[in-house]
Design a protein around this ligand. Structure first.
Ligand code: ADP
Ligand code: ZN
Length: 392
């Protein structure tokens, strides 16, 4: 187990070794590390099917093994999907917690993908003026991105993550074991953030991701086709190295600008200025990683027209995304019922409420190569420039 520190969080990154009892490790770390009268596991209906009973059992086992510990463990199951990351779901959970008599010493354990992590994290940030939080991310996307960095939030109809807080988890448990049940499309969804992270910071990592795509992705799909949702352990080992590198980069960036005050934290938003706008217009048909994959291609195109990036680097970025079955142009969303919404005007409208904006000026992270950026933060880009790449 490798432990990294990011803000107030200890990130435990486990190896994909199948003989390691990761659930017991999580249970022991939570209960011995954060003594409390109550532990609340929150998950969604999907994840509950696969991973809830085993985590509950692990927590009970630790409590029962120690006569001096008499904590109670409770569980709250929410619906799944980005559409449930709302103020209403948050209020419902809070009311349930109050009725259940959960006090301020409660430790909340978010077991699930980014939706569960963001929403439950925000509940933990505000319940009785904040309670302790642990993240147990079960999607690749949540492992490499959303569970790291302390941001928690809910969506509103006008935009993603518009209402939220900074509330770093005490512990983040990153165990690739959870990924064996994750569908291929969700793995690709997380790979988009892994590719993003490499693109802004690490050329070697980018080349490795690009060159291993054929091997690992095709092999993964073959396994999946033959036996449903099951990923071979050998696949997990490859993912594990990308997970660890992504977390290391994200932690560095976050530690240098925890609350987005000096602007450098917004580097992790490469692909997200245009990507978020696409995502909000296509929700729920497109996944976050799919929308930002196209966002990355379009924003990299802006970097090309500004002379920072070469055309051949843009092509390599596209090829890499394609190799993981990710879309690279808005045309790839043609099958979506809401695709007609993707007009220049609507997209620019959505971008107008981006949290990175400085007043009316929009910002885009411009690559200078596959592994570095033109500035140490997002650059101001004129609307006309953005409109031009969208319309092209
Ligand atoms: P993300 O992490 O991509 O932001 P979600 O939290 O919405 O998004 O998770 C994506 C979907 O995958 C949800 O339907 C969720 O229930 C499901 N899911 C999460 N983790 C797993 C897992 N380990 N195995 C199977 N399905 C999972
Ligand atoms: Zn993202």
């Amino acid at each position: 187990i490798e432990i990294k520190v990011c803000l107030d969080s200890q990130i435990h990154i486990g190896s994909a070794d199948s003989s390691f009892d990761y659930l017991s490790y999580i249970a022991r770390s939570v209960i011995h590390g954060l003594p409390s009268s109550a532990y609340l596991i929150v998950t969604d209906r999907n994840v509950a099917k696969f991973h809830l009973t085993s985590l509950e059992a692990a927590l009970h086992a630790v409590i029962e093994a120690n006569a001096r510990i008499s904590s109670k463990v409770s569980t709250y199951i929410m619906p799944s999907g980005e559409a449930t990351k709302t103020r209403e779901t948050k209020a419902g959970m809070e009311d349930w917690m109050l009725v259940s008599g959960l006090t301020r010493d409660t430790v909340v354990i978010a077991l699930g993908g980014g939706v569960v992590g963001d929403l439950v994290g925000f509940v933990a940030a505000t319940y009785m003026r904040s309670v302790r939080l642990c993240h147990v991310p079960t999607t690749l996307l949540a492992m490499v991105d959303s569970s790291v960095g302390g941001k928690v939030a809910v969506d509103t109809p006008l935009g993603k993550n518009m209402i939220g807080a900074f509330h770093p988890a005490k512990h983040i448990f990153v165990f690739p074991h959870f990924l064996v049940t994750l569908p291929a499309r969700e793995v690709a969804n997380g790979m988009a953030e892994v590719i993003k992270t490499a693109a802004i910071r690490d050329s070697t990592m980018f080349r490795l991701i690009a060159s291993s795509a054929a091997d690992i992705w095709q092999a993964f799909k073959d396994v999946k086709d033959a036996s449903g949702t099951c990923m071979l352990e050998s696949r997990l080992h490859f993912l594990q190295s990308f997970i660890a590198s992504s977390i290391a980069i994200k932690s560095d960036i976050v530690n240098a600008d925890p609350k987005e005050l000096n602007g450098t934290r917004n580097l992790v938003n490469f692909g997200h200025t245009i990507g978020h706008a696409i995502e909000s217009l296509l929700l729920p048909e497109a996944l976050h990683g799919e929308a930002i994959a196209v966002g990355m291609c379009l924003e990299a195109r802006i970097a090309v027209t500004k002379g920072h990036l070469t055309i051949s680097e843009l092509r390599s970025l596209r090829d890499c995304l394609k190799a993981y079955d990710l879309p690279t142009s808005m045309l790839d969303f043609a099958k979506c019922a809401s695709a007609p919404n993707l007009t220049v005007d609507k997209l620019l409208d959505r971008m107008a409420i981006d949290k990175k904006n400085a007043g009316i000026a929009k910002k885009v992270v411009l690559l200078s190569s596959l592994g570095s950026t033109a500035e140490k933060q997002a650059s101001i880009v004129e609307d006309a420039h953005i409109a031009a790449v969208i319309a092209a």
